[in-house]
Design a protein around this ligand. Sequence first.
Ligand code: PLP
Length: 408
Amino acid sequence: MYNISQIREDFPILSRTVYGKPLVYLDNAATTQKPLCVLDAMRGEYLSVNANVHRGVHWMSQQATDLHEAARETVRRFVNAKSAAEVVFTRGTTESLNLVASSFAEGFMREGDEVIVSAAEHHSNIVPWQLQAQRRGIVLKVIPVDDGGMLQTGRLESLITPRTKIVSVGHVSNVMGTINPVREIISIAHAHGIPVMVDGAQSVPHFRVDVQELDCDFLAFSGHKVYGPTGIGVLYGKEEWLDRLPPYQGGGEMIERVSFEKTTFERPPLKFEAGTPDYVGTHGLAAALDYVSALGMDNIEAHEQALTRYALEQLCSVPGIRFFGCSPGTEARHDAVISFLVGNIHPMDLGTLLDQLGIAVRTGHHCAQPLMDRFGIPGTVRASFALYNTKEEVDMLVEGIRRVVAMF
Ligand code: PLP
């Protein structure tokens, strides 16, 4: 049973007020709130076994190392990787994407080689490749999106050339919530022997993502968007790729033997984890993944889908509302994010006035300026849902928007 009031008790912050109004937190695509079990796990580690991992012979260091490596196994299970060696801990999706862009370009790309991204990417899946374009002369190509916000996957085949070395696409758009057909993209790319990196920042928190089923070569996600702590994230990479990629950063932990003449590196995942890892963060992330697993990702998905459907139906009644990438009837290709504009009201004004009512939404370009350019708009208002949001909160959002519209 999905008991929403019981679930909300796990997130004490949800019962706070803002400007004397009950908080309605609908900015979950930016970051999610944390259940008590995550906070308890992290506090427990600091209180009882805090010690640096991997290098201590003493008891506490071994305990901390066990927790850290157990967290890796939890992530492995969560995304169904073949081996824990395929799970690299990073600071988040952004660092995972930078790691692959940097190491892949260094290892496998020469001037004139191409990477394919999409027009709906978050900046963190554009700018790292652009940096490589500036440094190494690689070329970015872009899968366009149609007016409904869907990737024009049919165009992928014609973008691929013998110089295409990698495809890097988002699984779910953080602006529109559109679910991209990554399985199809991966099949097309693999038919040409091209690996695919998937930005899972907005998919992993909302539905079951199985890396073996997808057959992606890399997957990135952030702990803080899946009810875990900030500053910890994951790069999944197929072992054969992680073995071949050059290291990203140098330092302790990632080496096997160092001398001034020659340094040899650890095997993955440690090869990509220079320096002291955020071992308390990994333990907190594991607690978060255990929490959502206990609720059931399928149950979470069903709850959020129903809520999104309800929100779309209710929002339709707002005069002058215009959706981006979603509308009633497109829910099957759509996740827990709704982007919209209302009449001529500037998104910032709408967001600010909703805030006064205790309703937290995001406004602006959502780190996807090329997509804003595609639609010819400066930004949108975005409401994004999580496992703890309720129909009553959707009603408050709709009522709040109506009030703002009436003021204008
Ligand atoms: N990719 C997508 C689709 C996102 O929505 C975000 C964050 O909003 C990121 C990447 C970057 O995630 P982070 O800031 O946690 O590294």
